[in-house]
Structure formats: structure tokens, C-alpha cells
Ligand binder design. Structure first.
Ligand code: F6R
Length: 261
């Protein structure tokens, strides 16, 4: 696992966006795994800017989102369909037919999840999976105790996640307790993973993910087992890492050919 520490969320998101752009430039038909939440917002803003100013071309890309709330229609302002349209898709040139997000209103959850996995496989698998991390260690919505080999399925959110994500819903609005999410096993099949984490409130869980034991109680710790996982954090999220200076040194010593800045 490569850990990169940047001064703030702006610099970390810019670096993350450069990594995504380098993957797309190398392979214009890249399959991207996408996340929602507050974490990737700045990264998406950078990608939109690269598209508008530098012509970064998404026309041959295919995308698969990690998750969606059960019961929310695509036009619900708190749905992840809505989030993705507002924050990325309507600003870039990825064709709608190449965009995939789990359907929170499906009438047949197991079949829909199976078909989602099949579509990912038929697209050739995810080349780069973008991830955030929940304060309880979830990636996608794989909450603590999720099987490390889980596939796309329905999950029940923890109290912690419901509280953390309440700000994405109008006050008084009932928040779905269930989600459809790619599994840890699904995420682990991506050819590479890019996880971003910002702010003091992520510092503990980042340290557990990177330096703690691999355990289903911290689902993101499964990434220690991934062959190509990059974690970009800001200073605030890095403070609990024991080997912080080593990670900085590794990044400074990175050979030129490995850099994407
Ligand atoms: C979102 C997702 C979640 C978030 C996580 C962090 O698609 O899969 O794992 O990445 O809940 O959320 P934020 O970024 O809002 O702190």
C-alpha cells in the first residue's frame, strides 16, 4: 500500500485527479469505479476542469459506482444517481449508456446485484477504483463485520454511518437504512485502488486501515492485501500513522517514471 501525505484536501484531491487522468490518458477505454460522499468532490471538480481545459476525454470510459441507497429514485436529491449527475457526469462527456449505478428501486435485489457484477466483468473489470473511508472503516458501504470476500449486495448501515451521512438529507427526512453496495471482494478485484481521506476525524481509522491488522472489523484494512492500492491523505488525516516519516521519504524518493504529477 502506498501512502501519500499532502498538505491539505485541495492538494491531495489534485494529485488524485492527476492519477485518474493518467489512467484515462494511458487507456481511453478505462473502466472507473466511482465513489460519492464529501471526499471525492474536489477530485471530481479537478477532473471536470481537466475535461474542459485540457480536453480529458471520457467518451470511451465506462463507470461503475460503489453504492446507492435502497428506495431512493434516481432523481431524489440525496440519491447517489443525483449526486453523480450533479457533481460529475453532466459536466463531462461520458455517455449515459456507459454509466452504471446500482438501482436502489430494483424489485429483485439479488438478481440486480448479480447482474451488476456481470456487467462489471463484461466491461473487463474495474481499472481504477476511487474510494473514501467511513469513520467506522467502511469502504463502499461494507460496514464492520462485512465478509472480506463479499460481492455486490444489500447492507444495513450502522448508527455511526447514519449519523455521519445525515447532513446529505433534509432535516426531518427519513434516511434509508439499507444500501446496495459492491462487496469487499468486488472492490479487491479492481486493478488498482485510490483511497482519499481528509480531516482529523479520519485520522484514527486511516491508521487502523494502513497499520492495523487486516480484519473485517475495519473493512478498509483489506486494501493491505490489494496489489496496487494508493492512499492519499491530508496532514490532518495522517497524524495517527506510526510510520509517517517513512511514507514521506518513500514518496520523495519515488523514481521519475513512477510519478504522475
Ligand atoms: C460512498 C461510499 C462511502 C464513502 C464514505 C466516506 O460512495 O462508498 O464509503 O466514501 O462513507 O464518506 P465521506 O466522503 O462523506 O466522508
Amino acid at each position: 500500500m502506498e501512502v501519500i501525505i499532502k498538505q491539505d484536501a485541495e492538494a491531495a484531491s489534485l494529485l488524485g485527479a492527476k492519477l485518474v487522468a493518467s489512467v484515462i490518458r494511458k487507456n481511453p477505454s478505462s473502466v472507473l469505479g466511482l465513489a460519492t460522499g464529501s471526499t471525492p468532490l474536489k477530485l471530481y471538480k479537478n477532473l471536470i476542469e481537466f475535461h474542459k481545459k485540457e480536453g480529458l476525454d471520457f467518451s470511451s470510459c465506462t463507470t461503475f459506482n460503489l453504492d446507492e441507497y435502497v428506495g431512493l429514485s434516481p432523481d431524489h436529491p440525496s440519491s447517489y444517481h443525483y449526486f453523480m449527475n450533479e457533481n460529475l457526469f453532466r459536466h463531462i462527456n461520458v455517455p449515459q449508456k456507459q454509466v452504471h449505478i446500482p438501482d436502489g428501486q430494483t424489485q429483485d435485489v439479488p438478481l440486480h446485484c448479480l447482474e451488476y457484477e456481470t456487467k462489471m466483468r463484461q466491461a473487463g473489470g474495474v481499472d481504477l477504483q476511487i474510494l473514501g473511508i467511513g469513520t467506522d472503516g467502511h469502504i463502499g458501504f461494507n460496514e464492520p463485520s462485512s465478509s472480506l470476500s463479499s460481492r455486490t449486495r444489500i447492507k444495513t448501515l450502522t448508527e455511526k454511518t447514519l449519523t455521519d451521512n445525515a447532513s446529505f438529507f433534509k432535516s426531518g427526512e427519513t434516511m434509508p437504512h439499507h444500501v446496495l453496495t459492491m462487496g469487499i471482494g468486488t472492490i479487491m478485484e479492481a486493478k488498482s485502488c485510490l483511497l482519499l481521506a481528509f480531516g482529523e476525524k479520519k485520522a484514527d481509522i486511516v491508521a487502523q486501515m494502513v497499520e492495523g491488522p487486516i480484519t473485517s472489523m475495519v473493512p478498509a484494512s483489506a486494501l493491505q492485501w490489494h496489489r496496487s492500492a494508493t492512499v492519499i491523505v491530508d496532514e490532518a488525516a495522517s497524524t495517527k500513522l506510526k510510520r509517517l516519516e517513512y511514507y514521506r521519504w518513500v514518496y520523495q524518493s519515488k523514481p521519475e517514471w513512477q510519478r504522475f504529477e
